[in-house]
Design a protein around this ligand. Structure first.
Ligand code: GTP
Length: 597
């Protein structure tokens, strides 16, 4: 295809503002898919994505569009992941296209995630077409939202397109705007092959499928290609485009987006952002900005039923096959037995993987408290990356610790601002900026990631009744007074409950954890001390009283069916219990004890 007849674009939108619905409409109106083949939402392929309403892996689709000027254009849509944890993937998708449709719900307005992604689009020098969606709804207020786009984002919204992705109103205008307002890609057909690896996924039949954007040169089936960063060399076996189902194609030239397969065994061998060229006479200089994704949040995943360890290993290996940013290693814990210490790009990433293990593989999991990666500077000058509080070295050898911090952007209606500021303050946040746009405020905070990983989202949601939107990026490491706090149950340390905490918060957190555990651990036949300690020094203590004998006697007396039911219930409950010395701790205690109220 001629460069001048290609348009590559992405859609930037906040969750629920209508990105998928619009994408479906574009595909449908251009007859790319027959009506009967339209599933509810074509671009989101995994159930979990549909349910959670987030797009995790970038998907692409190629659309043929006969424009008003009489020519037929090839439109390539790259669907970007909507969440902050995948911001590097988003930035690569943005580099692979020349323009963006900025979809904003005209009954709502601009949200934090819209901002983060739109800034990525601006960084990638995109032409941006504002599209105001849901004009079919009575609450739609395009004038207000257009003004907000201009105020908050700082782009011209005077010629925004008003649409209803639901009814189809305005969709033809969007298609025309893509052709007339977005630039055509540039590239040199005669130069050596230079293509960007935009994304990849594992397919049970085809192996790894690699999504590419050709910058210069031409790629054909049979070519021998080379990944410039990972060094892998492969013969191209299959070359094609998504319509959205796969369709083979003879070659992909400059400006084009498609996929290839090349007997690549694992997704790990295909790094997003890598440059693909030919083995011989390849290009000299790779594309700029390559960055391997590094996990920032770690937690332990253990099977509730230790007999399911092999199933868990199998599930984790399968998931890792398709997700290079997810890391794991075996871990054994005195408390929880055998499991895995896993690394994630962020909390959402963690939740997605955990849910998939539980749902797709049917394994009940114990998840230990998420922890960030601390930098431990030893007195001998060595620096250790601490992924698990249980591995904290002896304090006498430690010089100081550094923790990761983030720059968080929160958008919230005025009336909840006070509560949001208090929440950020409570989490050791430092305010960087506070601005207003209409009846909404935007607060920018520097926050320690460790204060955010556990239940910050939940708290934010509850104090703002769900009206706040939140986004963040990593901002670097900073020294602080951090200590490891241990929990002892009946004088035995429970490693799964060890956490890193700021010194000034240790006592409050310790007391809260002991109180919670006292409620969460059922009474036993003996008295159980529950203590929080820092380096051997107890900072908080609770005592769980012993169970009185006559209470059990009463429970088990009498009616046989009632007794059987009780026993069955106990048995089911047992599965969810963990034995520590003489004490049994229910698994939900591990999560609940760490929540901060
Ligand atoms: P994620 O996939 O969750 O990121 O959201 P999205 O931005 O793709 O939004 P999606 O297309 O799933 O739309 C969210 C909801 O808004 C769905 O229930 C749609 O049916 C609805 N919706 C989308 N466009 C319109 C519209 O123009 N009018 C009305 N009334 N509803 C719409």
């Amino acid at each position: 295809t001629e460069l001048s007849n290609i348009r590559n674009f992405s859609i930037v939108a906040h969750i629920d503002h209508g990105k998928s619905t619009l994408a479906d409409r574009l595909i449908q109106m251009t007859g790319t898919v027959a009506e009967r083949d339209m599933k509810a939402q074509l671009l989101d392929s995994m159930d979990i994505e549909r349910e959670r309403g987030i797009t995790i892996k970038a998907n692409t689709v190629r659309i043929d569009y006969p424009a008003k000027d009489g020519q037929t254009y090839v439109l390539n849509l790259i669907d970007t992941p909507g969440h902050v944890d995948f911001s590097y993937e988003v930035s690569r998708s943005m580099q692979a296209v020349e323009g963006s449709l900025l979809v904003v719900d005209s009954t709502q307005g601009v949200e934090a995630q819209t901002l983060a992604n739109v800034y990525q689009a601006i960084d990638a020098n995109h032409e941006i077409v504002p599209v105001l969606n849901k004009v079919d709804l009575p609450a739609s207020d395009c004038a207000r939202v257009a003004e907000q786009i201009e105020d908050v984002i700082g782009i011209d919204a005077s010629n925004s397109i008003h649409i209803s992705a639901k009814t189809g109103v305005g969709i033809p205008d969007v298609l025309e705007a893509i052709v007339t307002r977005l630039p055509a890609p540039k590239g040199d057909r005669n130069a050596p092959l230079k293509a960007m690896l935009v994304d990849s996924y594992y397919d049970a039949y085809l192996g790894v499928v690699v999504i590419i954007r050709v910058i210069d040169g031409v790629i054909k089936k049979g070519d021998r290609i080379k990944m410039m960063k990972t060094g892998g060399q492969y013969p191209v076996e299959k070359l094609g485009v998504f319509r959205p189902q796969m369709q083979d194609i003879a070659e992909l030239g400059p400006g084009e987006i498609g996929f290839l397969t090349a007997s690549i065994k694992q997704v790990r061998d295909t790094r997003v952002g890598d440059t693909i060229t030919t083995e011989k006479k390849g290009c000299e200089v790779p594309l700029p900005g390559f960055k391997p994704s590094i996990p920032v949040v770690f937690c332990g995943l253990f099977p509730v039923d230790s007999a399911e360890f092999d199933d868990l290993r199998n599930a984790i290996e399968k998931l890792a096959l398709n997700d290079a940013s997810f890391s794991y290693e075996m871990e054994s814990s005195a408390a929880l037995g055998f499991g895995f210490r896993c690394g994630f790009l962020g909390l959402l990433h963690l939740e997605v993987i955990r849910d998939r293990i539980e749902r797709e593989y049917n394994i009940d999991l114990i998840t230990t408290a998420p922890s960030v990666v601390y930098h431990v500077f030893m007195k001998d000058g060595e620096m250790i990356e601490l992924h698990n509080p249980a591995d904290m070295p002896d304090l006498s050898k430690v010089d100081h610790l550094e923790e990761p911090r983030i720059k968080a952007t929160i958008m919230v209606p005025d009336e909840y601002l006070g509560d949001v500021l208090k929440l950020c303050q409570d989490r050791r946040g430092v305010q960087l900026d506070l601005t207003y746009a209409g009846a909404r405020a935007m607060a920018v905070y520097d926050l320690p990631l460790n204060e955010v990983v556990f239940d910050f989202y939940d708290r934010l949601k509850s104090v703002t009744k769900g009206y706040a939107s939140f986004d963040y990026q990593m901002s670097g490491y900073q020294e602080d007074q951090l200590v490891k706090m241990q929990i002892l149950v009946n004088d035995e340390p429970v490693d799964a409950l060890s956490i890193m905490v700021h010194r000034t918060r240790a006592e409050t957190r310790g007391r809260a954890m002991c109180e919670k555990l006292k409620e969460l651990i059922p009474r036993h036949m003996f008295k159980i001390p529950i203590q929080a300690a820092i380096g051997g020094k107890v900072i908080a203590r609770e005592t769980l009283a012993a169970l009185r004998k006559d209470v059990t006697a009463k429970c088990y007396g009498g009616d046989a069916t009632r007794k059987r039911k009780l026993l069955e219930k106990q048995k089911a409950g047992k599965k969810k219990m963990r034995q520590f010395g003489r004490v049994e701790i229910p698994q939900e205690a591990f999560i609940n004890a760490l929540k901060m109220d």
